[in-house]
Design a binder for this molecule. Structure first.
Ligand code: BGC
Length: 235
């Protein structure tokens, strides 16, 4: 054991299509440093993102372990898809590479899954969607995650996926008003598909949601993506 369990600090990292963010959490999951953000390097190759994480880590003081939310399918620390990053991520062992670079234990999961851990109550069917560069999704049943759901790449309407219709590129093209109308339809479609008890909407563009939301739909702050990092060390 490195030191007294109570003083273990977790560096929580959120890799996004436009920004890489980090802060340190104490053992209870409370943030104890100021969140720092760097622009996602372009092209967003693994080595360049790892360099960015190293810079962020150096700004955050002491930590003992690292949690990472990655915008693609992640299995056993290996990234299997990366729709908004770079093809070299397919089959990349991020957990091992980052752990070697930072010399600390690392755990990696999908970014929406990590965000979900920061949001859910642990009761019933809870769905999380994230609105940013991509469209993230995570499903929890009584607090248990169904990993890598990837709703974003499934058909929503007019032969297009949720991500094609509601991702940042489309938001910039069609503007807030039409985007909100579509989001309203997406919420209705997800409600009828999952019959969730709660839906949480997070991600960088959640601040642009301007709808009267049903009582079981809640907006969550973008920092939730980082707060969820503590859950990766619960077992
Ligand atoms: C990826 C998801 C990710 C989402 C949000 C999608 O393009 O496929 O894995 O959660 O973007 O970053």
């Amino acid at each position: 054991m490195i030191e007294d369990h109570e003083s273990i600090r977790t560096l929580s990292v959120d890799i996004g299509g436009s920004g890489v963010k980090a802060l340190v959490l104490d053992i209870t999951g409370n943030p104890i440093t100021k969140r720092m953000r760097l622009e996602t390097p372009q092209p967003a190759k693994p080595e360049m993102i790892i360099d960015a994480i190293e810079v962020l880590a150096a700004s955050q003081g002491e930590f003992h372990r690292v949690s990472v939310g990655f915008p693609g399918v992640v299995r056993q620390g290996v990234t299997e898809t990366a729709a908004n990053l770079y093809r070299d991520w397919i089959g990349f062992d991020l957990e091992t590479a980052l752990s070697q670079r930072l010399n600390k234990p690392v755990r990696v999961i999908n970014d929406a899954d990590m965000q979900g851990f920061g949001a859910v109550t642990g009761k019933g069917v809870e769905l999380v969607i994230t609105l940013g560069t991509g469209f993230g999704s995570a499903l929890f049943i009584n607090g248990k995650l169904v990993p890598n759901m990837e709703m974003g790449h499934h058909q929503f309407r007019k032969g297009k996926t949720y991500e094609e219709q509601l991702g940042r590129t489309e938001l910039e093209k069609i503007g807030d008003k039409r985007w909100n109308k579509r989001l309203d339809k997406a919420i209705a479609s997800l409600q009828s598909l999952f019959n969730y008890d709660y839906l949480y909407i997070g991600g960088g563009e959640a601040v642009r949601v301007n709808l009267e939301l049903p009582l079981n739909v809640k907006l969550i702050p973008n920092i939730t993506g980082l707060l969820g990092g503590i859950a990766l060390w619960k077992d």
